[in-house]
Write a protein that binds this ligand. Structure first.
Ligand code: SF4
Length: 337
């Protein structure tokens, strides 16, 4: 069972099938043999035009590597990536560059991702130049002004440098740069986690407005379910390189089934001050992806693990309408989790 099976939309803009990204680890002082980090391990899902798919999990669970592999910024070890039905997994050179117009990325660090020596006009205009999207200097300036205004920035800022802007304004510049090539899909890699809470809401609202105006699809990567909840139609939860639960956003938030999802949601503040969610504190850290635990990879931290969880990996299977879960107890009385 794969996460694309819960996508009720028939048309896929992006389809990821059995994707693996494994990194070799060389022998060193404390390691005699070559070993492998399974950063992304057999992940499948699909994304419809105009949809936002949230991808959540703790740091090191493989979600950013998955985003980069889709953009081919890291090479997949196995599996396939389809963009609007075309297999782009092995494209290279000019062919890959031409497809990159269709999908862009927004990064976590809005300062680090902008060249400090470039003006805003240089930064946003670079993508226009690479893809030959304007045919005169005047058209280029006009387009850059439109892009800045579309993300809520004054067009008069075009000659300023990144250090002259706040974190939220810098993220808006990054969004304008991504929009320059009129993509259909934007991979948002923790786009608000470096920002203050009030600024986070402004950027989320901007992304939502742009989605409605332009029909954009987002793969929205975050470690914080509270952020993902506000923007996503569906949510995938990753743990140690694998999807452990996928469902529509409201269902995941209201009735998480996997014990790991339940722990993540227990940390999300309630909107209703009278509602009391019991916080689930997981013991220990995420295990090393070089030596993942046998059986269910979550079993050393799982509050309801059984004997079989130490030996038998739980398959990802349907558990109710439009939901898949990798847990032996899923579909049983979820109150017992
Ligand atoms: Fe916990 Fe077992 Fe379910 Fe894994 S399979 S999440 S260890 S109950």
């Amino acid at each position: 069972m794969q996460a694309d099976s819960i996508n009720p939309c028939r048309v896929s803009l992006l389809a990821v099938k059995n994707l693996k990204v494994h990194f070799p680890v060389k022998p060193g002082r404390f390691r005699r043999q070559h070993e492998t980090v399974k950063a992304v391990d057999d992940v499948s899902f699909s994304l419809a035009p105009g949809e936002t798919l949230g991808l959540v999990g703790e740091s090191g669970c493989g979600k950013s590597t998955l985003g980069r592999a889709i953009l081919r910024l890291v090479e997949p070890t196995a599996g396939e990536i389809f963009l609007a039905g075309e297999n782009i997994t092995r494209l290279a050179g000019a062919e890959l560059r031409s497809r990159r117009r269709r999908f862009q990325m927004i990064f976590q660090d809005p300062f680090g991702s902008l060249n400090p020596r470039f003006t805003v006009e240089d930064i946003v205009g670079e993508a226009l130049d690479i893809h030959g999207l304007t045919d005169s200097a005047a058209a280029r300036r006009k387009r850059i002004a439109e892009l800045l205004e579309s993300v809520g920035l004054d067009a008069g800022y075009a000659q300023r440098y990144p250090h002259e802007f706040s974190g939220g304004q810098r993220q808006r510049i990054g969004i304008a740069r991504a929009l320059a090539v009129e993509p259909e899909l934007i991979i948002c890699d923790e786009p608000v986690s470096a920002l203050d809470v009030s600024v986070q809401a402004q950027i989320i609202n901007l992304l939502r407005d742009l989605q409605q105006q332009r029909g954009l699809a987002y793969l929205f990567i975050a470690h914080d379910l509270a952020v993902v909840e506000h923007i996503s139609h569906r949510v995938l939860v990753m743990y140690l390189g694998k999807i452990v639960e996928a469902a529509e956003a409201r269902d995941i938030i209201r009735s998480p089934q996997h014990p790991y999802t339940q722990a993540l949601i227990s940390a999300v503040p309630e909107v209703d001050p009278d509602a009391k969610r019991q916080r689930i504190i997981l013991p220990g850290d995420v295990p090393s992806p070089i030596h993942p635990p046998a059986g269910c990879p979550f079993h050393p931290r799982c509050p309801v693990a059984e004997a079989r969880c130490r030996t038998d990996p739980p398959p990802l299977r349907e558990s109710g309408k439009n939901r898949i879960v990798a847990c032996h107890l899923a579909g049983a009385d979820s109150q017992t989790f």
